[in-house]
Design a protein around this ligand. Structure first.
Ligand code: CA
Length: 239
């Protein structure tokens, strides 16, 4: 059965090219040209995936995402033209699954979508209609060992809440957004720190070190964070 995709995009040429690319890959598409029609579509139909432009004529994609998240955990891929928006998209506040920056290729969008769908099916969150907080918990820390408790802004490891500083929390939560994904120090710096000083990328190393120590206090036999020499860090996928 083909997955149904809601495309929320006001630029007609972009929307048409997405519809064309997705339909030729076997997806079913519905196009909403603004925020209000997107909200209406979500309330009337069911979708397996949403592609959401941040800059819409009536309301921002962020607002639309927040509203959808009240009732649904459907995977959301953001389209953005501005790199400043990326940390908000990936942040805990919104719970976007991923983003693609404009201009993009249809192929790039399809491959991101497939990756997200695989991930969500793997963790058993295909049909999400429960309370949003529960969805978010499962989505952020889709594996039970390590869970982000959004309401309390804390991370629980093997049932024990970690005592983390604000930056440690944001850093670990960022790694947890995409298990297995290798983030460079520079990426982590710009996602986690408000006014990143790129000359201080060692700050990332220092914080990773303290997070590791705190995780090891709970389970000394495992190291959840992998170091990729010359690249950066990732969270183990099998956590
Ligand atoms: Ca737009």
């Amino acid at each position: 059965m083909s997955a149904r995709v809601l495309i929320v995009e006001d630029e007609v040429t972009i929307a048409e090219s997405l519809v064309f690319n997705l339909e030729s890959e076997g997806f079913g598409c519905f196009h909403a040209p603004d925020g209000e029609s997107a909200i209406r579509a979500v309330s009337e139909q069911s979708f397996d995936f949403i592609i959401l432009d941040v800059g819409l004529p009536d309301r921002s994609g962020f607002e639309i995402c927040r509203e959808i998240r009240l009732t649904s955990g459907v995977p959301i891929l953001f389209l953005t033209a501005r790199s400043e928006e990326i940390d908000r998209i990936l942040g805990l506040e919104l719970g976007g699954d991923d983003y693609v920056t404009k201009p993009f290729s249809g192929r790039e969008v399809v491959s991101r979508m497939r990756a997200i769908l695989r991930r969500s099916q793997g963790s058993g969150i295909k049909s999400l209609n429960g309370p949003s907080e529960e969805n978010q918990l499962r989505r952020k820390g889709s594996r039970s060992d390590l869970v982000v408790d959004i309401a309390r802004a804390r991370i629980v490891y093997l049932g024990t809440p970690l005592t983390l500083t604000r930056y440690e929390f944001k850093l670990l939560a960022t790694l947890m957004e995409r298990p297995g994904w290798v983030f460079s120090r520079e990426q982590l710096m710009s996602i986690v720190w408000e006014s990143p000083d790129m000359s201080l990328e060692r700050t990332v190393d220092t914080h990773i070190k303290t997070i590791r120590a705190k995780l090891k206090l709970i389970d000394p036999t495992r190291d959840l964070i992998m170091t990729h020499r010359g690249f950066g860090y990732s969270l183990r996928e099998d956590v």
